[in-house]
Design a protein around this ligand. Structure first.
Ligand code: URP
Ligand code: ZN
Ligand code: ZN
Length: 438
């Protein structure tokens, strides 16, 4: 048998198994896994002894090229997917925003144009619904058939994105009918109280007979609500993000206007919440780590709020360091195994959002989205060395241990020994399957 590429002697880690073996790639797919695959005729042989070989990361919560707060998020689909690839993420699910008066299709078409020709790795979309008349209700089914199988609804941002309970319930019922998944921004926009919103989201979903996925969960009280729902057997899921695991309210005390770097929703919490969230990941109350990458430069963008903090565009940059931060705190921090690490950054996102088993695992026939990961290399995160198009890092100075070295997207190297070798436009839109549980 001839292979285009063989990755030799790496430690293959999936959510289920760990074994030292070779991975053979032909075209866009993994074509063999085994001991001592023949390499005589291989196009390329990569020695990966001492490294992990893991499925490409899947970031299900990013905001690239998004008009927001009087400006536009700083990374577009080119710079954002390049930074993602440096960090070992080979698929992302961004948000196509339906503005009031628009059809859902207009939102989808607009975001497809933003990504086309720019993305260096694969992408998909959730649709943010802000206006749900009977036409858009019908469109939900159409979009699901075209591979946009999840929708984000907001209980916050009054007058912009926020929906009332009746609309949320209608959207959930429709999602349940077509096996779509509702992603909920669970903060109460009238009286900012995250706990009330998480339990209300779960209650509405239970009544609608729909699964619900709580995005960017940030605090222990909301975590408890998800745990209670899951203990009752409800299909309730949640993600958290590295900022809630590593940063706290103390960051807001940074000198001068620097605290603006940490303005996002939900806000940072007291430090003690961090360990609760790590334990939530370890115990499967939380299933996913995404980034909510929503980058605004400090200069000129965050500074829009210099004289009025309500004008600070909310969001933070994180697409690049998700895998390293979770490996550092999760595996080196002895909170969970390398398999659980793979599960929360790749496999569970793939399963929940209709990408599995094409993505999210290493198996014969799955996409050759692969990361050769050095579990012992140490680096210090800095805006001076990162690849995101933003002039600061939320994680400046934090030491990581565990770094992606070579990254494949559908069989082609995008990052090769730490260098970008990909091509804008090589990334493809991925039509996702409908929700089928975890
Ligand atoms: O502050 C944040 N998270 N901005 C992005 C929009 C959102 O709510 O996810
Ligand atoms: Zn949100
Ligand atoms: Zn977001």
């Amino acid at each position: 048998m001839r292979f285009d590429t063989v990755i030799r002697n790496g430690t293959i880690v999936t959510a289920m198994d760990t074994c030292v073996a070779d991975v053979g790639i032909n075209g866009e797919k993994v074509s063999a896994i085994g001991a001592q695959l023949p390499v005589e005729n291989a196009g390329r042989v990569i020695e990966a002894a001492g490294h992990l070989v893991i499925p490409g990361g899947i970031d299900v919560h990013t905001h690239l090229d998004m008009p927001f707060g009087g400006t536009t998020s700083a990374d577009d689909f080119q710079t954002g997917t390049i930074a993602a690839a440096f960090g070992g993420t080979t698929t992302l699910i961004d948000f196509a925003i339906q503005y009031k008066g628009q059809t859902l299709r207009q939102a989808f078409d607009t975001w497809m144009k933003k990504a086309h020709d720019k993305a260096v790795a694969d992408y998909a979309f959730h649709c943010i619904i802000t206006d749900l008349g009977s036409a858009q209700l019908e469109e939900m089914g159409q979009l699901i058939r075209e591979g946009v199988t999840s929708f984000k609804l907001f209980m916050a941002y009054p007058g912009v994105f926020m929906l009332d309970d009746a609309t949320i319930f209608r959207a959930m019922s429709q999602a349940a009918k077509y096996d779509g998944l509702i992603c909920m921004h669970a903060e109460n926009g009238g009286a900012i109280d995250v706990i009330e919103a998480t339990s209300r989201a779960i209650a509405l979903a239970e009544m609608a007979g729909a699964p619900v996925y709580i995005v960017h969960l940030s605090c222990n009280e909301a975590l408890e609500k998800v745990r209670e729902a899951r203990d009752r057997g409800l299909p309730a899921y949640a993600e958290t993000c590295p900022q809630y695991l590593y940063l706290s309210l103390e960051n807001m005390d940074a000198p001068g206007f620097e605290g603006a770097k940490y303005v996002f929703t939900p806000p940072l919490r007291e430090k003690w919440h961090q360990e609760k969230l790590w334990q939530g990941l370890a115990k499967d109350t939380l299933q996913v780590v995404s980034t909510d990458h929503c980058p605004f430069c400090f200069k000129e963008q965050k500074e829009l709020g210099k004289d009025d903090f309500t004008k600070i565009p909310n969001g933070g940059p994180g697409i690049e360091h998700r895998l390293s931060l979770i490996y550092t705190g999760g595996v080196h921090g002895k909170r969970f195994s390398p398999n659980r690490f793979v599960e929360v950054v790749s496999t569970a996102p793939a399963k929940l959002f209709g990408l599995y088993p094409r993505k999210g695992t290493i198996a014969v026939g799955s996409d050759a989205d692969l990361v050769i990961f050095d579990p012992n290399e140490e680096q210090i995160i800095s805006a001076k060395t990162h690849h995101m198009r933003v002039d600061y890092s939320m994680f400046e100075g934090i030491q990581i241990k565990g770094v992606p070295k070579t990254v494949f997207s559908r069989g082609r190297a995008v990052i090769d020994s730490g260098k970008f070798v990909g091509r804008p436009g090589a990334g493809q839109f991925v039509r996702r399957q409908t929700y089928a549980g975890l």
